[in-house]
Design a protein around this ligand. Structure first.
Ligand SMILES: C[S@@+](CC[C@H](N)C(=O)[O-])C[C@H]1O[C@@H](n2cnc3c(N)ncnc32)[C@H](O)[C@@H]1O
Length: 280
């Protein structure tokens, strides 16, 4: 549920809960990162959006380390999306569970790229109030990604890159599988770019303040990324980067770097999260 009350001309009081509320954590992470002299993403639009929101961002529990972690994950997914668009001038981008992510602003795709931002209707409305219109061949869709109907709005004629960040863990496995089957079955070719938790991450979910404080529940953990290759003929894993190995960890504060190094040596914990790239 999401409820917005306009408190004055420039700030919105937002009451969110569950998975929707967690979009404020990732937004805040990118905003904090943009204010760092060592910024990974330089997402100043995120900082402007945060300034327009009346919300206790302390609830997110985001620190300098987790902000840099959020920005590094976004940077990796931005880079893969850019690579796909460099190879396919006429492509479709499906950005699922977009929240208030300014990926379309950061990538500024060419007019030959058709871009869909998809999230719940309330979230899409909020984007329209808080973020500048991206221009180009841009289409917001307000729906649950598990709804069967929304994909019919997307023409099936082009290579399609689907990027979803901070979504898979909120789905039950069966819905995640169905979503992947529908996307890979619809488009002639493409890629899937997304992050996931391992089952240990799902077990430890209450240690994540943004999840705990939002009252959200995580369901789907992926321990073997190759398992998904069986869900569509021709679906192949290209990359699986552990969160503890993501490029750019030198941007983390010293304590964060140390924590990552320790986790990288503990079997189980080092598989707490991954960023995945598949082609089909
Ligand atoms: C952790 S936030 C991530 C938001 C954004 N990707 C980012 O990185 O800032 C989780 C997002 O998933 C969205 N979400 C969760 N389940 C969804 C579903 N079934 N359909 C559409 N969006 C969903 C929420 O509304 C929220 O925007």
């Amino acid at each position: 549920m999401l409820r917005c009350i306009v408190t004055d001309v420039s700030r919105e009081k937002i009451t969110l809960s569950g998975a929707q509320e967690t979009l404020l954590a990732t937004l805040y992470g990118r905003a904090l990162d943009s204010r760092s002299p060592n910024s990974v993403l330089g997402d100043h639009e995120a900082a402007r959006a945060v300034d327009r929101i009346d919300y206790d961002f302390g609830r997110t529990g985001i620190s300098a380390t987790t902000a840099a972690g959020v920005a590094l994950r976004a940077h990796q997914l931005d880079g893969w999306t850019r690579e796909f668009l460099a190879e396919h001038e006429h492509a479709t981008v499906l950005h699922l569970a977009c929240g208030l992510d300014t990926r379309v602003h950061r990538l500024a795709p060419a007019p030959t790229v058709r871009w869909f931002d998809v999230d719940y209707p309330e979230v899409v409305d909020l984007r329209e109030r808080l973020l500048p219109p991206p221009g180009g061949d841009y289409h917001p869709i307000g729906t649950s990604v598990t709804d069967e109907a929304w994909l019919d709005q997307v023409p099936s004629d082009r290579p399609t890159v689907t990027v979803f960040e901070g979504l898979s863990m909120y789905l039950i496995k069966q819905d995640g599988r169905r979503l992947i089957e529908r996307i890979t079955g619809r488009f002639p070719s493409g890629q899937l770019l997304f992050d996931c938790y391992g089952t240990i991450g799902i077990r430890l979910q209450k240690l994540v303040p943004a999840v705990r404080n939002a009252g959200a529940t995580l369901h789907w953990g992926i321990d073997d990324p190759h398992e998904l290759e069986n869900w569509h003929q021709g679906l192949r894993l290209l990359d699986a980067i552990r969160s503890v190995d993501v490029p750019g960890l030198d941007k983390l504060p010293a304590s964060g770097r140390l924590g990552m190094r320790v986790m990288a040596h503990i079997p189980g914990l080092r598989d707490i999260g991954r960023i995945l790239r598949y082609r089909f």
